[in-house]
Write a protein that binds this ligand. Structure first.
Ligand SMILES: [Mg+2]
Length: 115
């Protein structure tokens, strides 16, 4: 059965790009438009690719809320502020990728974390 990946981003364009990339790698994709939306969609999810800057609940708050043990979470963002990266890692984020992403890089990161 295909592993399910939760893709969280307030940009429909980014969600589509990431989803297409993951679907091409044989993964099932669930999309959420912000952290609050994502909290309702974690069921059966093997891992999560998560934006940082989003309305309602941002990516860092989402990681802090979900907790480190729930599933591997990798941030995908234009942000690069060290204090944000530090906060995300402290909350349990497994990685920090900067946009724009290379599809083959994203797929290799996902493969490494969930197979
Ligand atoms: Mg955003």
């Amino acid at each position: 059965m295909a592993k399910k990946v939760l893709v969280v981003d307030d940009s429909p364009t980014i969600r589509q790009q990431v989803s297409m990339c993951l679907a091409g790698g044989g993964y099932e994709v669930v999309e959420a438009q912000d952290g609050a939306d994502a909290l309702t969609k974690t069921g059966g999810v093997a891992m999560c690719i998560c934006d940082v800057n989003m309305p309602r609940m941002n990516g860092i708050e989402f990681v802090e809320k979900v907790g480190a043990g729930a599933m591997p979470i990798v941030m995908l963002t234009t942000e690069g502020r060290p204090e944000l990266i530090e906060r995300a890692k402290k909350a349990g984020a497994k990685g920090w990728m900067v946009k724009p992403f290379k599809p083959e890089h994203l797929l290799s990161v996902v493969k490494k974390l969930v197979g």
